[in-house]
Ligand binder design. Structure first.
Ligand code: MN
Ligand code: MN
Length: 469
């Protein structure tokens, strides 16, 4: 049927966001599902920031990247990586243009909300061996009780010997869990506000219940648990103080829905952008400007610390690249930063039709409509945001449009409903042009987050196009 003038005009002028699945060819659909399988495999072995770095490094090495510190000099087309203290990794492909012309960077974070142990965690009470915890990142605490948890531990002894221990990921492993009160006795708890339903000091992990057979000693359950750790790993109680013991959901990543169109998994904030940013840099050939992929740590607790995005180790990495490319001179680093263009690849909260009152529907991002560009984050009047200049937003949009990337734009939630921030502000403060652009996530920061397979694939396409420029 012939379209009316009004219909044609509306099509021309309106900003309509269709779901990405509509009109998709079978070839693309197959590519989307294949990519999602590979992504889920990566998630299942990469639940902590250290596992993200280790597995991403393996992928880089398989694709011809070498350790920057092993290179004497760098030339166009070289592919290198740099690991900061096993928790952050930077990868680069040296481009044709001078480094002072700026880099094209996509930066994601490998850390996700979780439950950490305190430095003195192990105790026994009333027939149970328990661990005291301190949660990491922004969580709704009640969501973390009564689910299977796995332990991902790094113990370092005072002689420097390191023990990596993972329990709960293999099908035959035991798991851990945080107990919650039975409803029959919870009338007092049920009167608490939801945010206090389970409190921080109530997130205790059940770790065992069998005593060491010796009536002459006290704390027989704790002793038995320490003996198990000592016999298998040589770990004593004092070693907990120099350890990082992270408890994460033991669930595997799964396809979600009758149509299998989504991924349900722990830690997709921001491992979905880690994987897509990493895959994107593998296939770019020799770019015009040097391409850099950053998988950083400590985003969830404020970007700080020696392995966070604020760490000057990032400048050390860039300076080593300048040195080894024979391009360092006074001001070279500042020029490089000033001319650089960055995507802060972080997820955004997708519109949830079950909770419409927390969103401005017009300015939300939706599952299945591609990665979302977020011009500013912040809260209460954009406070704390590094708002991207309109010129830069237009440039990135242009790259996406030229490369057939489906994208949307959004801000997080209703005005004054809350808010959040990303590493964009840290990069902008260094003098780099930066915009947030990542995958919409439902149930963000919960133990089991949801993404669309279409969006995951489009994020990969978006980042790859951006590296190329
Ligand atoms: Mn994030
Ligand atoms: Mn987050």
């Amino acid at each position: 049927m012939e379209h009316t003038e009004g219909q044609k005009l509306k099509e021309e002028l309106f900003n309509s966001h269709k779901t990405g699945w509509e009109g998709m060819t079978e070839e693309i659909r197959n590519a989307v599902f294949k990519f999602a399988e590979e992504y889920m495999d990566y998630l299942n072995t990469s639940k902590t920031e250290k596992e993200i770095v280790k597995n991403s490094k393996d992928i880089l090495v398989k694709n011809g990247f070498v350790d920057l510190l092993e290179k004497e000099e760098l030339k166009t087309g070289d592919k290198v990586f740099f690991v900061n203290r096993a928790r952050t990794i930077y990868a680069a492909v040296i481009g044709e243009n001078a480094l002072e012309d700026g880099i094209r960077m996509v930066a994601a974070h490998g850390d996700s909300p979780r439950i950490d142990l305190k430095p003195k965690p192990l105790y026994e009470d009333s027939g149970l061996g328990l661990f005291k915890t301190h949660y990491y990142g922004g969580i709704k605490k009640y969501q973390w009780t009564n689910i299977p948890l796995s332990m991902h531990a790094t113990f370092v002894k005072s002689n420097g010997e390191k023990k990596e221990v993972v329990i709960g990921e293999d099908e035959n492993d035991p798991i851990f869990t945080i107990s919650d009160l039975l409803p029959h006795l919870a009338s007092g708890q049920m009167d608490r506000k939801l945010k206090d339903g389970v409190q921080g000091e109530e997130l205790n992990i059940v770790a065992g219940s069998m005593p060491y057979e010796d009536e002459k000693v006290s704390e027989q359950i704790k002793l038995n648990l320490l003996k198990l750790l000592y016999d298998k790993y040589g770990i004593k109680e004092v070693d907990f103080m120099s350890s990082e013991i992270e408890f994460v959901p033991a669930f595997k990543a799964k396809s979600l829905g009758l149509d299998k169109s989504m991924v349900a998994a722990y830690g997709q904030d921001d491992k979905v952008c880690c994987y897509t940013a990493l895959r994107g840099i593998l296939d770019i050939g020799t770019p015009k400007n040097t391409a850099v992929c950053v998988l950083t740590d400590k985003e969830e607790i404020g970007f700080c610390g020696v392995t966070g995005m604020e760490s000057r180790t990032f400048e050390y990495f860039l300076t080593e690249v300048l040195n080894k490319a024979g391009q360092n001179r006074p001001n070279a680093l500042e020029k490089l930063l000033h001319h650089s263009k960055v995507i802060s690849a972080d997820v955004d909260g997708a519109y949830d039709p079950t909770f419409p009152s927390s969103f401005d529907k017009m300015n939300s991002c939706f599952i299945g409509k591609g990665p979302t560009m977020v011009k500013y984050t912040g809260s209460r009047g954009k406070s704390g945001a590094s708002e991207a200049p309109a010129e830069f937003v237009a440039e990135v949009r242009g790259i996406f449009e030229k490369n057939g990337v489906t994208y949307q734009s959004s801000e997080l939630g209703k005005v004054d409903a809350g808010g959040g921030g990303t590493i964009a502000v840290v990069l902008a403060n260094r003098g780099m042009s930066v915009i947030d652009c990542g995958v919409p996530v439902l149930s963000m920061h919960s133990p089991y987050e949801i993404t669309s397979k279409f969006d995951v694939y489009q994020a990969y396409k978006a980042y790859e196009a951006f590296y190329r420029g």
